[in-house]
Design a protein around this ligand. Structure first.
Ligand SMILES: [Zn+2]
Length: 355
């Protein structure tokens, strides 16, 4: 009897941790044709996305539930999607919300509480958020003022920075709790920017952190830097959307960032002109031959040694945000995906990008 129970537990644990099971988190900003194209998805295209998810029988789950499942190792199928919006723009209430209601799909809105408190016109109001929350929406943390979290102010000490960032997070959390009664500890990093000191603070505060780099999530994912597929501009074209929601995480046993001279880098923060590299040890060595990596559309050279792959930037990176996107097409046509974001300062080490 005892043996049988043990076998059942073993079988169950094998099932829930099967490598094929994963989920995809989608990231939208505006659902509008009037707003900047890089961060906008038209209402018509958004409806096409929802139609696709419905017709292909995806399970659109609330983000808190998905995170619980990832942390507990209980992903029981691989057609799981979570829908998220950053910033809480007006069109989320006016265009997306009615459609999400119609389809009965769960969603999360990450908001900055400072512009909401002052009633800034491009954003939803607390009353509208209340209506969305009452309809089952999750309202979560995108900090108070949308800072570049990795940056210290001039003359600021690390301790002062820590206190400022902790306030950014806890004050937003408090405002959401007071206005809406919700307290999910989910944080979307403004601009998708984070580094080791940011993730350490976020971990200390007990939050799960979301970036804006592409990829799927599976059991064992790093919950301080979860990828989401951005859906703005042509990233949300229907073919591309179908590929992305069917993506799996590329399982890696180890990863290491390297500088120009292939020495280990502690951070994905580099200066302009650097040519960093990423060393991946794939869990599935057979995928190395299918792996293709890109930086802003340019295919990157790969060095393969057994299950280890080194991906190196072909040219010096420009100031701002960059990403290595690596994909491997499996035999069933689905893609395994791994993305590495980089934050690039000017050559003098000063930050140059504003948004
Ligand atoms: Zn944002």
């Amino acid at each position: 009897m005892c043996q049988r129970v043990l076998s059942a537990i073993l079988l169950l644990s094998m099932l829930v941790s099967a490598p094929g099971y994963s989920a995809v988190i989608l990231q939208y900003h505006h659902i509008s044709e009037q707003t900047p194209s890089a961060t906008s998805t038209s209402p018509e295209r958004f409806k096409q996305h929802l139609d696709y998810l419905k017709q292909k029988q995806f399970h659109v789950v609330p983000l808190p539930e998905l995170i619980k499942r990832i942390k507990n190792g209980v992903l029981t199928d691989d057609k799981i999607v979570a829908i998220t919006f950053d910033d809480g723009y007006r069109s989320v209430y006016e265009e997306a919300f009615p459609l999400l209601r119609q389809y009965g799909f769960a969603f999360t809105v990450f908001v900055n509480t400072e512009p909401l408190d002052r009633g800034a016109s491009e954003f939803v109001t607390w009353d509208e958020l209340k209506e969305m929350a009452q309809a089952g929406g999750t309202i979560a943390n995108h900090t108070t003022t949308h800072p570049h979290m990795v940056r210290l102010l001039e003359d600021e000490t690390v301790k002062q920075w820590q206190e400022r960032m902790a306030r950014e997070i806890t004050a937003a959390q408090k405002a959401i709790a007071e206005n809406l009664g919700q307290s999910e500890k989910l944080l979307a990093y403004p601009y998708g920017e984070f580094d080791a000191k940011v993730t350490a603070l976020v971990q200390q505060l007990g939050f799960t952190g979301f970036g804006q780099h592409s990829g799927a999530v599976g059991v064992g994912a790093d919950v301080l830097r979860l990828p989401r597929f951005p859906m703005g501009a042509n990233f949300g074209e229907l073919d591309s959307f179908a590929t992305k929601v069917n993506t799996r995480p590329l399982a890696v046993n180890e990863w290491q960032l390297l500088d120009d001279d292939n020495r280990p880098l502690q951070e994905a923060v580099i200066t302009a002109g650097s040519r960093p590299a990423l060393l991946l040890t794939l869990a599935q060595a057979s995928l190395t031959s299918h792996l293709r990596c890109y930086l802003q559309g340019e295919q990157l050279q790969l060095e393969v040694d057994g299950s280890k792959v080194t991906v190196k930037a072909g040219q010096g990176l420009a100031p701002g945000r960059s990403r290595f996107n690596c994909t491997a097409r499996a035999e069933d046509g689905r893609y395994y995906w791994y993305s590495q974001p980089w934050l690039v300062t000017g050559e003098d080490g000063q930050w140059q990008h504003e948004s």
